[in-house]
Design a binder for this molecule. Structure first.
Ligand SMILES: [Zn+2]
Length: 297
């Protein structure tokens, strides 16, 4: 049997228009020895050597690859650093959302979940570990996120989101990510987002299927326009990969909105089906009789 040829190249050795050497020649990325005019490697005291941009040398290095995206640059990274996002739920959806927002450098994350970790959560809630069973998920989330990116400020809340607490919990966040597993709380978040003019990135899952939309009132319908009725509550099936897919898409929506690149999923509902790997976009419109938003339009 012929021996398989061993693959020896890494992504940094790939040729072509996006190779590291080509980008370096075009001065799109600095050489490894020189980052912002200084020699590379972790600076002796990275958090002291802050640049006028507000990003330290180490942060500039950490986010180097994403800042290469058209329209992102240092300014986009600064926008992320200045932003505060409220993540409602530290479960299946909240895990990838929080991990990717922390890794991308969103300056402040407020993550809320009043549940404690159970062993049956661990097939999908990748923020948490087996050793943390019984602990508050919000606190477990904070530990994981600070390990991923110490430059990000994480505030953990283990309170129930209701009409009374929602304002205090969302605080000064400008964007809410709906990572809940129940509709009553989603309606509370939607009411609040509509009243305060905050963007709400909705994600939901069931089995191998998921839904995603970005709500920005009054430019789009509100959550109650799209989902006027609450489905029956209870334990439902879920493959861990499904919130992985939808959570990553939610984080993508958040990052695009904060950096100001691409197009958000306004007035559209993305429907994902993992059984046949289909993604469909359905148009959604405001409901003229919506009890939440119709009188505010
Ligand atoms: Zn509505």
């Amino acid at each position: 049997m012929p021996k398989r040829k061993k693959l020896t190249h890494s992504t940094t050795q790939l040729a072509g228009p996006h190779s590291v050497s080509t980008l370096r020649k075009k001065n799109l990325i600095p050489s490894p020895e020189r980052v912002n005019g200084k020699r590379g490697g972790a600076p002796e005291n990275p958090d002291v050597s802050s640049k006028p941009s507000g990003l330290t040398n180490l942060e500039l290095k950490r986010y180097q690859r994403q800042m290469l995206l058209e329209g992102w640059d240092v300014k986009g990274q600064e926008m992320l650093k200045k932003s505060c996002v409220f993540i409602a739920g530290a479960g299946g959806l909240g895990s990838p959302v929080a991990i990717y927002l922390a890794a991308a450098g969103v300056g402040r994350l407020r993550i809320c979940d009043y549940d404690t970790l159970e062993v049956s959560n661990l097939n999908r809630q990748i923020l948490h570990t087996h050793t943390r069973i019984g602990k508050y998920k919000a606190l477990s989330a904070k530990i994981t996120l600070k390990k991923i990116n110490p430059h990000v400020d994480v505030e953990a809340f283990f309170e129930k989101i209701d009409e009374k607490s929602v304002s205090k919990l969302v605080g000064d966040a400008t964007l809410i990510v709906d990572c809940m597993d129940n509709f009553p709380t989603r309606y509370i978040l939607n009411d609040f987002a509509v009243r305060k003019g905050l963007v709400l990135v909705h994600g939901s899952i069931w089995g191998l299927e998921g839904r995603l939309t970005t709500i920005r009132f009054p430019q789009t319908p509100c959550f109650a326009c799209i989902f006027p009725d609450s489905p029956p509550s209870g334990v439902f099936p879920v493959a861990g990969v499904t919130p992985g897919v939808i959570g990553c898409l939610q984080a993508t929506e958040v990052i695009k909105y904060l950096v100001g690149i691409g197009e958000n999923l306004y007035n559209k509902l993305l429907v994902y089906n993992g059984k046949n790997m289909s993604f469909q976009q359905l148009k959604v419109r405001p409901d003229p009789e919506c009890p939440v938003c119709s009188k505010l339009r």
